[in-house]
Ligand binder design. Structure first.
Ligand SMILES: [Zn+2]
Length: 303
């Protein structure tokens, strides 16, 4: 973004902030909790957008075809491609986490322009870190006894890792931002085409016995020293979350075998283990995991 357009965005945002405010007479925010609300990250995820800018009063989200601005106060407006389209409804802030109604994605989605290629097929940055949320669409991956689907956990954590890395100035490409199926070879190819600095596939595990517990980092059999270095950095970072550390292992997973550059696959934990499953269902713990993975990736990139 040029300085000039940046100034324009700030000015436009200020104008919108005033326009978005309904004045002192607006109704008391209703307390909305649990399933009825989603975080801003989840909102962006469900709309297939990435968070471009965050401010105490608004958030700017984008993809190749759309810019969405959401004002993060109760009854603030949301703007799609420059036009006010509706109200965000009730907004709550809990421990610094902004939550909006879970119905908001469905309110915004009809206004989004579609028919544009998703991020994986657009010419992204070379040398980016590729984050691959395992499974998607008709392939749910493993499912916990309580019905938690691996594909959703993978995407939730992956999107948070991507957002954190982007905020820290690291170029990131996601293999999918949405609940979409992509072949394993294609996932690896997305990394190969961009000569990825690192390919990181995110999964969750299951085992016949509910006692199997903890996270595992996989590299391909005979993996490069770079893959091992990345695996080690991520392993060290995740260990700090308190998850049981199952170490670094070699396995001929297709996404790892087909990746030409350094590649690792993270199994976050076991959905077949009650404690791991509870943690992987918890948004705050998922954020901690994502933070740890982003820290590990950054530690690897800095060396
Ligand atoms: Zn998986």
């Amino acid at each position: 973004m040029t300085t000039r357009t940046h100034i324009f965005v700030v000015l436009a945002s200020l104008t919108l902030a005033i326009a978005g405010c309904q004045g002192p007479g607006h109704k008391t925010p209703g307390v909305v909790v649990g399933e009825d609300t989603i975080t801003i990250e989840q909102l962006a995820l469900r709309l297939g957008l990435r968070i471009e800018q965050r401010d105490p009063t608004f958030v700017v989200m984008k993809n190749a075809a759309n810019t969405v601005i959401v004002f993060t106060h109760t009854d603030g407006r949301f703007f799609v491609n420059g036009k006010p389209m509706g109200s965000v409804g009730s907004v709550t802030i809990d421990h610094g986490v902004v939550r909006v109604p879970a119905t908001l994605p469905d309110q915004i989605r009809p206004f989004l322009r579609t028919g544009v290629p998703e991020q994986p097929t657009t010419p992204g940055p070379k040398g980016a870190v590729v984050i691959d949320a395992g499974h998607g669409a008709h392939d749910p991956g493993t499912i916990s006894p309580t019905g938690l689907k691996e594909k959703d956990i993978n995407l939730r954590v992956a999107a948070k890792v991507a957002t954190l890395l982007e905020q820290r100035g690291v170029a990131v490409v996601m293999t999918r931002w949405q609940d979409k199926f992509i072949e394993l070879e294609e996932r690896a190819e997305i990394g190969n085409r961009r000569k990825a600095a690192l390919f990181v596939s995110i999964h969750a595990d299951s085992a016949p016995s509910s006692s199997a517990q903890g996270f595992t980092i996989y590299v391909a059999a005979g993996a490069s020293a770079q893959s091992y270095r990345a695996a080690h950095a991520i392993n060290q970072a995740i260990e700090k979350t308190g998850m049981n550390n199952r170490g670094i292992r070699e396995e001929d997973y297709r996404v790892l075998m087909k990746s030409k550059g350094p590649a690792v696959l993270i199994e976050l934990g076991y959905l077949s283990n009650p404690q791991d499953a509870a943690r992987l269902a918890d948004d705050r713990f998922r954020d901690r995991l994502a933070q740890a993975i982003a820290d590990g990736i950054q530690a690897y990139l800095k060396k």
